[in-house]
Ligand binder design. Structure first.
Ligand code: FES
Ligand code: MG
Length: 572
């Protein structure tokens, strides 16, 4: 390598500190490891407690081989892992901590670049935020989705079918024994959720951003091609260091534009909105909530995957993957956005084959003519709220109904099935206290369960409004990410049961039909703050004191931007 390496700042020379840095690393490394060979960290989120990522050690082995084959030195860097299904109170509370920890360890250590191994929902966003802020050459290897599991001969979609089957139990159309019997069939193999949930979405979006070897995202976790591509990514990482190709050269306004087009065309998770806003914040790209509506809302939904459609990730891979999808909408892509392999993304989609037009639709026969995320505003959400029309019931997208207000998730659980709850199919369920600060961490609870008595009458969807998030595997007419949240004094805190609420998608409006004077009289909001988080120490305290609202990606205020990779002082 002709360029001076960052790691040389540790290893080059004959002084005492260089001696210390080298000597402790000489455990099997060859003598020439410290003279001109790039050192690549493999930032690995493998953990038994993140079951979707538990296979990543094997993937790391393939990356390691690739790095060595290209002349680099591969170094394992275990980083904080977050298991979506396991951690409490919500995985989202830990995304920023994982991003901060990974960023700091990349900067603190003698590495020249990094291969990022993620999978489960928050892991790829956290790694991308870290890589963006430290701005060392980086490539993402998504761990890949599970194979399709079946139950009684029918495919089961991770997450989506849990929501569906559990509602069937509450409606009395499925026995609890049958429900439990399906449990062992849901997770057929290693890998992350196989629906178009957040993990699948973020892997595809990372590829659309240019941060993944094109064609790799969505390769199922057990597929041998994943290891081959991981090997290739390891080799590529060595080249990235030589070329000094950094995230800041790839993560441009143009690549976020392409990510939003991809998000819409695949019918991706609403969670991608907060993650993309946070990643953009790290590289100084001025991305706003309205960009998602402006760029994405007229993009056709082309991928027939659960929760919006029928198939699962294995089918998308078989059908040609993201490149096949983007080929159909290549005229909507920004041609200037580059990929980690060099060429612009548009060049790589031009020849992409599409093998199954049932799974990846033709542009002329979309699943829905317009997908994407719609941004709502009004006196209930001055800083915006979002809805995914493709996952909603069309007849509810213009709706006026009386609010039924819940102060917290606990309040909701305690009362939702109460036979005396005054609620009908026209009611609008309002849940507050679930924003970044209030919960804390903005949990995936916005897709509230419907009242049992309405389920029994055959009601399957209602308008729901919340300052929290919704699982990417969920569906329904759910207004999410209301900003500012109730715990930050947003007008959501002023709603009372019985107030008329208006949702008007064509006008992009979310309104409380209560006179302004009456709303002023309700200030300050009633003392419902018992339900809101009041942490006194630790990460939760830091988080609640510094977290920004959903329209800013729910990143901590002091983590936006980049510090680069320079460390000014020696350790001894
Ligand atoms: Fe890990 Fe769904 S729980 S991806
Ligand atoms: Mg999730």
């Amino acid at each position: 390598m002709t360029r001076e390496l960052r790691s040389d700042q540790w290893y080059a020379g004959v002084d005492r500190n260089a001696y210390i840095h080298r000597a402790w690393m000489r455990r099997g490394l060859p003598a020439d490891a410290f003279s001109g060979r790039p050192h690549l960290a493999i930032a690995n989120t493998a953990s038994d407690l993140t079951p979707c990522n538990s296979h990543l050690d094997e993937v790391a082995g393939a990356v390691r081989d690739g790095v060595h084959q290209a002349g680099g030195i591969a170094l394992d860097l275990p980083v904080m892992s977050i298991g979506e299904t396991q951690v409490r109170p919500t995985a989202m509370l830990w995304r920023n901590l994982a991003a901060m920890a990974a960023e700091e360890m990349l900067r603190a250590n003698p590495v020249d670049g990094v291969v990022l191994l993620g999978g489960c929902d928050k892991t790829i966003p956290a790694l991308l935020m870290a890589a963006a802020s430290v701005d060392l050459p980086a490539v993402v290897v998504p761990g890949g989705p599970m194979l399709t599991g079946t139950f009684r001969g029918r495919p089961l979609g991770c997450g989506t079918d849990v929501w569906r089957l559990s509602e069937e139990v509450r409606a009395g159309t499925l026995s609890s024994a049958e429900f439990t019997a399906s449990e062992s069939a849901m997770i057929r193999s290693r890998g992350h959720c196989n629906t178009m949930g957040t993990a699948s979405t973020m892997a595809l979006v990372a590829e659309a951003l240019g941060m993944v070897v094109p064609g790799l995202a969505g390769t199922p976790a057990p597929d041998s091609r994943l290891l081959a591509e991981a090997n290739r990514s390891g080799r590529l990482a060595v080249d990235l260091v030589a070329l000094d190709r950094r995230p800041s050269t790839l993560l441009t306004r143009a690549s976020f534009h392409n990510a939003i087009v991809a998000l819409a065309a695949v019918g991706g998770s609403t969670n991608a909105v907060v993650h993309l806003l946070a990643i953009a914040g790290r590289v100084g790209v001025e991305l706003t909530l309205d960009d998602f509506d402006r760029i994405g809302s007229d993009v056709p939904l082309l991928v027939d995957l659960q929760p919006a459609g029928r198939f699962l990730m294995e089918d998308l891979h078989r059908a040609g993957g993201l490149l096949a999808v983007l080929r159909e909408v290549s005229d909507l892509l920004d041609p200037t956005a580059l990929t980690v392999t060099g060429p612009p993304l548009v060049d790589l989609v031009a020849e992409a084959p599409r093998w199954d037009p049932e799974v990846v639709r033709d542009r002329s026969a979309p699943l829905r003519p317009s997908a994407g995320i719609a941004v709502l505003r009004g006196n209930l959400a001055p800083d915006g709220a979002i809805i995914k029309p493709a996952a909603a019931s069309p007849e509810l997208l213009r709706h006026r109904g009386p609010a039924v207000v819940f102060e917290s998730v606990e309040d909701l659980r305690a009362r939702i099935d109460d036979p005396d709850l005054e609620v009908d199919a026209d009611s609008v369920l309002v849940l507050r206290g679930c924003g970044p600060r209030g919960y804390p961490g903005m949990p995936e609870v916005a897709n509230m369960p419907l009242p049992r008595k309405l389920l029994e009458r055959g009601v399957r969807d209602m308008v729901r409004i919340c300052d929290g998030r919704m699982s990417g595997t969920a569906y329904g007419t759910v207004v999410l990410h209301v900003a500012p949240e109730a715990a930050a004094g947003g007008p959501l805190s002023l709603v009372r049961t019985g107030d008329p609420v208006v949702l008007d998608l064509p006008r992009r409006e979310l309104r409380l039909d209560v006179p302004a004077e009456e709303l002023r009289r309700r200030q300050p909001p009633p003392a419902t703050t018992d339900a809101y988080a009041r942490p006194t120490r630790g990460w939760e305290r830091l988080y609640v004191d510094h977290v920004q609202q959903a329209d800013r990606g729910a990143d901590l205020d002091f983590l936006t931007g980049s510090s680069g990779s320079t460390v000014h002082r020696e350790s001894h």
